[in-house]
Design a protein. Structure first.
Length: 401
């Protein structure tokens, strides 16, 4: 191709664009038989049809489309197009027909158009989630749930969901999730139970007042009979007796009784106070983030029988950081025939120096002990308890002596 032809074509192309852009309304060539000339007539606008071509004397005559018909562009047609009849089954009218637009039909909710049919949106099976929800024009798009996400349902709406973050909830991950199953977490928010601290420091402080100075074989039954409210069942008492040593039996019994009577005003008050106490202990102790070595050292410093390293390791696995020490202390108490934990802890504190404990830890331990020993707490619980069961238990105590 020679250069001038090339240039000529480019020029032609430009000039055509130029003229079509220039002419508005758009025009068309028409041979007018009357004048025997080629005329440039205006096209008809959308919504009209051509009634008469233009002449040397007059413009093109366009008339509005009759009802139920339309034209949607500039054109030279002498008739309008009929609108599509009413919408098909499973469709509804999205836009009614008017002179410039055909009727628009659309599949009803939950369906999309495939060829001529409104088909149901696809449901994504377990393991797959909805990446793009279906529309009247398009089917659902499913995608495989990526790592860390799951879908356990067949659904045309549900996207993949994030696995529950057990540690975020303060729970333990007991079964790792996959694309079809959520993570399974264990325990509940009452994490003291999950971690297995069966008698907390506060309960111990509180329940200690119910301990007789000397245990007799039927001590527990006497206590059961004298506690107000709903009685602890005989089977439960037997179970407690079988499983626990004498002091622990008392604690467990009171705990059960407290639980069974938690709706009674008197017990509500006790529960409230114990909760307050436990929050305080958590506040003091919770900050004592102890490493394995430190826990080991602390347990070593407690007098009497030692908590085994296996127990320490298990506790590190099953209890949250802020509960580990409390759990180990409760294990120590049980191992040592229900020794007073606070006394044990005070003993330990004196011997901790050799373990290079951080000051903050020993400080918070001291504060906890002081708090639990505090005169107000002590008196409050004593008063509460004595008020609660009155002279009954006192007389039992005396009779047991
Ligand atoms: C005709 O319908 C279209 C939508 O389908 C709308 O945009 C347009 O404004 C309507 N024209 C008249 C004259 O009602
Ligand atoms: C899907 O997982 C959620 C969250 O773990 C659960 O609540 C729901 O019951 C599960 N549904 C089915 C059908 O398994
Ligand atoms: C779970 O939550 C903890 C915060 O408690 C965060 O550090 C961790 O990244 C979260 N894990 C996931 C998988 O989101
Ligand atoms: C996902 O885990 C569940 C139980 O947690 C198991 O039954 C299922 O086979 C696992 N699916 C895959 C694809 O690994
Ligand atoms: C204790 O450890 C936990 C997790 O191991 C951490 O999130 C927290 O900030 C630590 N607290 C302190 C006071 O160091």
């Amino acid at each position: 191709m020679s250069w001038w032809l090339c240039c000529a074509l480019v020029f032609l192309d430009i000039s055509i664009k130029w003229t079509t852009q220039e002419t508005f309304p758009p025009k068309y060539l028409h041979y007018d038989p009357d004048s025997g000339r080629q005329l440039m007539c205006e096209k008809c606008s959308p919504g009209t049809y051509l009634k008469q071509h233009c002449t040397a004397r007059g413009n093109t005559l366009c008339l509005p489309c009759p009802e139920h018909s339309y034209t949607d562009s500039w054109h030279t047609s002498d008739e309008c197009v009929y609108c599509s009849p009413v919408c098909k089954e499973l469709q509804h009218t999205k836009q009614e027909c008017n002179r410039t637009h055909n009727r628009v039909c659309e599949c009803e909710a939950g369906r999309y158009l495939e060829l001529e049919f409104c088909l149901k949106h696809r449901s994504c099976p377990p393991g797959l989630g909805v990446a793009q929800a279906g529309t009247p024009e398009r089917n659902t798009v499913c995608k495989r749930c990526p790592d860390g996400f799951f879908s356990n349902e067949t659904s045309s709406k549900a996207p993949c969901r994030k696995h529950t973050n057990c540690s975020f909830l303060g729970l333990l991950l007991t079964q790792k999730g996959n694309s079809t199953h959520d993570n399974v977490c264990s325990g509940n928010r009452e994490s003291t139970q999950k971690c297995g601290i069966d008698v907390t420091l506060c309960e111990e402080a509180f329940f200690r007042f119910a301990l007789p100075t000397k245990f007799t074989p039927n001590w527990l039954n006497v206590l059961v009979d004298n506690l107000p409210g709903t009685k602890v069942k005989a089977e439960s008492v037997e179970r407690i007796k079988r499983r626990h040593s004498s002091q622990e039996q008392t604690f467990q019994l009171l705990k059960l009784w407290k639980h069974q009577n938690k709706d009674q005003d008197m017990v509500k008050k006790i529960i409230q106070d114990i909760d307050l106490c436990e929050n305080s202990v958590q506040r003091h102790m919770g900050h004592a983030n102890l490493t394995y070595e430190q826990l080991l050292g602390l347990m070593e410093s407690l007098p009497g029988k030692k908590v085994s390293t296996e127990d320490i390791e298990r506790t590190r696995k099953t209890c949250r950081a802020n509960e580990q020490l409390l759990k180990l202390l409760s294990l120590w108490r049980i191992k040592n025939g229900d020794q007073d934990t606070l006394k044990g802890l005070m003993h330990a504190l004196k011997h901790l120096k050799t373990y290079h404990f951080p000051k903050t830890v020993t400080h918070s331990l001291r504060k906890t002990i002081r708090f639990l020993h505090s005169f107000t707490m002590y008196r409050l619980y004593q008063k509460l308890f004595l008020e609660m069961i009155g002279n009954q238990v006192q007389s039992v105590k005396i009779s047991c002596l």
